[in-house]
Ligand binder design. Structure first.
Ligand SMILES: NC(=O)c1ccc[n+]([C@@H]2O[C@H](COP(=O)([O-])OP(=O)(O)OC[C@H]3O[C@@H](n4cnc5c(N)ncnc54)[C@H](O)[C@@H]3O)[C@@H](O)[C@H]2O)c1
Length: 455
């Protein structure tokens, strides 16, 4: 008996901050997939109702016994002292990350933070310093790295199929469902998200950094609010959609941007029922006057190794996805990933997935080495959110039996910094109209040239 007891793995004690839309990414695998290895001992949020919604959800979905203690946001330090977690998962809005990351590191905990790591150069410096002093491990949850298609690209580039990469072009388009949703929420305030050039593009800059094993250094950018916001709607003749501050209970029946928080269990449980506690309105009008982030962005980046990136992001396209091309000194690789479309009004994610599966065409790689025929590869994504990336990353985080990832998909604090600092520098360039050097805003291991040299 004694032998069996000592050979059982001791579960890692987790505390999680933020029980919103993204919480299920971490909560569900802890409860459902890794009950022997992981235990949620505490949760922290502005809202008890949001916390309670998620706890009830996983208890009934997985017949699980999970009893974490609840702490409000101003009780975070007390949570660490009283519950003594081994690791803290940071899943709250972006502007709150610095406080929770540095607090958890100072208490000796490991940290797993959602992207973007933080949203300003000052926060980035503080987090790098805190991580430098800490004994805990820090991990940034870049789930895009773990998807089937992006992993396929990394393998081809790592195998030298197009030689040394000199130029990358990435064109990302968000649609008027997903893209518009950022303009209803806290993301539409620069102070909360850093704008989409940080909040969203951190995924894309991280992918490029990881794909080409490079560290970005100099950034020039143009940014504009060209579609959302009151003035834009009025200018193009859509003034009729600007007449209410939020959608639930107020929107015109035929407003294509409306949403009703009362019609969905999760939206009601996490946001509508929590409004009295948080004061947060999740369904604000995308054509209101006080939006201060961009929806149209173009950025040029020069890497320490001399590679160049040409990046663009728009948030009001009629369909969603991205195209990226790499040109190396031995050929070219093009990658296209289409996510969904609202061209067919009312088409659900499931219907679209079935359509894409039938066609098998939603992810395409075109590989053309110099002086050779082009090879076209259709990639079928594995099951699970973000092209199979979420379940793979969950296993990497919670399954202690897995070793270090041979493809370098785990990202630490310096790699987190290398991604967000492109967006921070772009924000500065949007204002100054001048190129901005990242090292002048936040030094990241100056001697390194390859991303793999960064923690
Ligand atoms: N990797 C991805 O694909 C992905 C997808 C979505 C969100 N995210 C990230 O996950 C994080 C959470 O996003 P979300 O969509 O769940 O947001 P959300 O608005 O849905 O939920 C945020 C939760 O945090 C709580 N909260 C607000 N302020 C707080 C504070 N000061 N302290 C503690 N809790 C607070 C809210 O009450 C809410 O329950 C963000 O950093 C976001 O960028 C990542």
């Amino acid at each position: 008996m004694a032998e069996a007891a000592t050979s059982r793995p001791v579960a890692t004690r987790y505390a999680m901050v933020g029980f919103g839309g993204r919480a299920s990414m971490f909560l569900d695998p802890i409860v459902r997939d890794f009950p022997e290895q992981a235990r949620l001992v505490a949760g922290c949020d502005k809202s008890f109702r949001a916390f309670d919604y998620h706890l009830n959800r996983v208890r009934s979905a997985y017949s699980a016994k999970v009893e974490p203690r609840f702490f409000r946001d101003d009780e975070f330090s007390r949570m660490l002292t009283e519950c003594k977690p081994d690791a803290v998962i940071v899943c709250s809005p972006d502007y709150t990350h610095e406080r929770y990351i540095t607090g958890a590191l100072a208490a000796g905990c490991d940290v797993i933070t959602e992207k973007p790591m933080v949203t300003t150069a000052e926060s980035c410096r503080k987090v790098l310093e805190a991580a430098g002093r800490a004994k805990g491990r820090m991990r940034v949850a870049f789930n895009y790295r773990w998807s089937t298609g992006t992993t396929h690209v990394r393998k081809l580039l790592q195998d030298g199929m197009i030689g040394n990469i000199k130029h990358v072009s990435l064109d990302y388009f968000l649609d008027t469902m997903h893209g518009a949703d950022y303009f209803r929420r806290w993301h539409s305030e620069k102070a909360c998200s850093g704008g989409l050039i940080i909040h969203k593009a951190t995924h894309h800059f991280d992918l490029v950094n990881w794909w080409i094993d490079g560290i970005p250094e100099e950034v020039f950018g143009l940014g504009n609010l060209a579609f959302y916001g009151r003035e834009n709607a009025i200018r193009r003749g859509d003034g009729k959609w600007t007449g209410y501050d939020r959608y639930t209970g107020k929107a015109e029946a035929d407003d294509p941007f409306k949403m009703d928080l009362s019609q969905d269990d999760a939206l009601r449980g996490i946001y509508l029922n929590a409004e009295a506690e948080t004061g947060y309105i999740r369904d604000r009008n995308v054509f209101r006057p006080d939006i201060d982030i961009e929806d149209t962005m173009s950025v040029l980046v020069r890497y320490r190794g001399g590679q160049q990136l040409n990046y663009s992001l728009v948030a009001y396209a009629p369909y969603e996805g991205y195209r990226v091309s790499f040109t190396g000194d031995r050929g070219r690789l093009e990658y296209e990933e289409l996510h969904r479309s609202h061209l067919i009004t009312g088409q659900s994610d499931e219907e679209l997935a079935a359509q894409q599966k039938a066609g098998g065409r939603n992810i395409t790689i075109r590989l053309t080495p110099h002086f050779q025929k082009q090879q076209v590869i259709h990639v079928q994504p594995d099951a699970g959110a973000h092209g199979g990336g979420d379940p793979r990353m969950q296993a990497a985080i919670f399954d202690a039996s897995l070793g270090r990832d041979p493809l370098g998909r785990d990202a630490g604090v310096e790699q987190g910094a290398a991604s967000i600092m492109v967006g921070v520098a772009a924000n500065a360039s949007f204002i100054s109209n001048l190129p901005v050097r990242i090292s002048q805003l936040c030094p990241i291991k100056p001697s390194a040239v390859r991303l793999g040299e960064l923690a």
